[in-house]
Design a protein around this ligand. Structure first.
Ligand SMILES: Nc1nc2c(ncn2[C@@H]2O[C@H](COP(=O)(O)OP(=O)(O)O)[C@@H](O)[C@H]2O)c(=O)[nH]1
Ligand SMILES: [Mg+2]
Length: 149
């Protein structure tokens, strides 16, 4: 199916990540057309923050081929319960956002993702220095090939 479910709390950077990948795609690969509106399911942050909405995320995961779980590097807390990754029957990767900010703590963010049962490597990103999107763009392109063949 080749779709991606973005999960993470309110303000973690889900929409920014999607936007950044779309802009990169437009500037580097003008000839290939990826339909970004179809590619990502961008769920409201409340669905992760409020446990009675977990089932919405789980239902949405049935429509995708992988899940991208975001953790804000500047947050002193996590919304992911222990081993949350195990409730999804899909591959899941961990993305750490806002690594450009002075208060960012990548080690802490990594430990939250590990606590959630998400396997390494994690992907540190910043929309400010436009850092860390290369490997994510490659995953998108791999998924897109899969869609078209
Ligand atoms: N400094 C910095 N700000 C970011 C980054 N990613 C997102 N933001 C900011 O965080 C806020 C929330 O981002 P948004 O994408 O709307 O989060 P969403 O609620 O998960 O969709 C916005 O003001 C973004 O500009 C980042 O990598 N670095
Ligand atoms: Mg958003």
């Amino acid at each position: 199916m080749g779709k991606i479910l973005l999960i993470g709390g309110i303000g973690v950077g889900k929409t920014s990540l999607k936007q950044m990948l779309m802009n990169e795609h437009v500037s580097y690969r003008k000839t290939q057309v990826l339909d970004f509106s179809q590619l990502f399911i961008d769920c409201p942050g409340e669905y992760l923050e409020i446990p009675r909405f977990y089932h919405v995320l789980i239902d949405a995961s049935h429509q995708v081929s992988e899940i991208w779980a975001l953790q804000d590097a500047t947050k002193q807390r996590t919304f992911y319960p222990p081993k949350f990754a195990k409730v999804f029957n899909k591959p899941i990767i961990g993305i750490i956002t806002k690594v450009d900010l002075a208060q960012a703590n990548v080690e802490q963010a990594s430990s939250y993702l590990t606590y959630a049962g998400i396997p390494e490597p994690f992907y540190p990103t910043s929309i400010i220095d436009e850092k860390g999107y290369g490997p994510l763009r490659m995953r998108l392109e791999a998924l897109n090939e899969f869609r078209n063949h």
